[in-house]
Write a protein that binds this ligand. Structure first.
Ligand code: AMP
Ligand code: MG
Length: 334
């Protein structure tokens, strides 16, 4: 299959919509990461997503919508809290898990009786949803397990020849995937941290709890409330360690055949090869550059990479959550 590289102007968006209406797959930019979109009502189109990504069948997809009317078509028993969250955080990087209607094929939800829904703010994504007139199931547009794509080129590296088209938009602003909460349970639970922070969510959902898988590895046999969170994920090919604590520079400088992923503030003190992924003072920059750093590190050809962990607050919680998975839960506490 030849993957079309579409310019995200009206022509490109119209072509993308035609492909989607005909049951094809198109990678689209969103404010979080690039998504691999297909018609959420079309079982055959959804299967193409799983095949292109090599995604395990038990990992459900997020359905992207552009208006509240579609929410009523795909979800049922919607609690008042969902409307409060929508009012405050949509369009934006928040995904809400709700009870599913029969209009959504069970493969979208990996057989669960719930559906994950999000209304993106990215103008290109919104136009594709609106013009196609379809809710779009769209997981991250990467090969399953590899770092999520924050540029159109990341998508091409992973999926060229495996999908119908890519809308070649800008780099993603948030840089990590959406926050996922479930409102299908009471109290609400944070399943995956992301662009909307736990602190922001507590203003609307004061009783929200945090699923154990956000910050720790599940024990053998434990079931994951958010199936995607049980996997080793986002991982470079280089053996990866996450390092928590103050004396990061001193620690990594003693390592042989290793590279560091570090903060701007400490980079001058690090004598081994390094990639700066942002400033510890502005964790938003860490989120923006995280996945690019995880991809770039393999080009350096070292045996090991040591990554300095951010604070676990604000968007730092989302960065930490991705990093423990990238490191397959190998965390070193200094
Ligand atoms: P991705 O699309 O790659 O960002 O991954 C989607 C994430 O949303 C995965 O972690 C899924 O486990 C989670 N997810 C999607 N649908 C559901 C659902 N119905 N219940 C719980 N988690 C979900
Ligand atoms: Mg993903």
């Amino acid at each position: 299959m030849v993957t079309q590289k579409l310019t995200p102007n009206q022509n490109g968006i119209n072509t993308a919509c035609e492909i989607l209406k005909n049951g094809g797959t198109v990678a689209i930019p969103t404010e979080t990461v690039y998504g691999l979109a297909a018609n959420a009502f079309d079982k055959t189109a959804i299967e193409k997503i799983f095949i292109a990504k090599g995604r395990p069948q038990d990992n459900p997809l997020i359905v992207h919508i552009a208006n509240m009317q579609t929410l009523g078509e795909i979800a049922k028993d919607i609690p008042k809290t969902a409307y409060l969250c929508a009012e405050k955080f949509w369009p934006g990087p928040l995904t809400i898990v709700l009870k599913r209607t029969d209009k959504i094929p069970s493969c979208v939800s990996a057989g669960l009786d719930t559906v994950a829904v999000r209304m993106p703010s990215c103008q290109i994504a919104r136009q594709v949803i609106e013009k196609s007139g379809l809710p779009l199931a769209a997981p991250s547009a990467n090969l399953s397990g590899s770092p999520s794509p924050t540029t159109a080129n990341h998508v091409i590296c992973d999926l060229d020849g495996k999908i119908d088209a890519v809308l070649m938009g800008e780099n993603c602003d948030v840089g990590v995937e959406s926050t996922v909460i479930t409102l299908a349970t009471n109290p609400p639970v944070l399943l995956r941290p992301g662009g909307i922070t736990l602190e922001q969510l507590r203003e609307v959902l004061p009783d929200i709890t945090v699923n154990k898988a956000v910050l720790a590895e599940l024990e053998k046999g434990e079931t994951a409330a958010s199936p995607g969170m049980k996997y080793k994920h986002y991982a470079p090919k280089t053996k990866t360690f996450l390092v928590e604590g103050e004396n990061f520079a001193q620690f990594v400088n003693q390592k042989q055949n290793a590279v560091a992923i570090c903060f701007k503030e400490e980079s001058n003190n690090i004598t081994i090869e390094k990639i700066i992924y942002g400033s510890s003072k502005t964790p938003k920059t860490l989120a923006q550059n995280l996945f690019k750093a995880l991809r770039d590190v393999d080009d350096l050809g070292a045996q090991e990479v040591y990554i300095h962990a951010p604070e676990k607050s604000g968007i730092g919680l989302a960065v930490y959550n991705r990093l423990i998975r990238a490191a397959a839960f190998k965390v070193i506490k200094l």
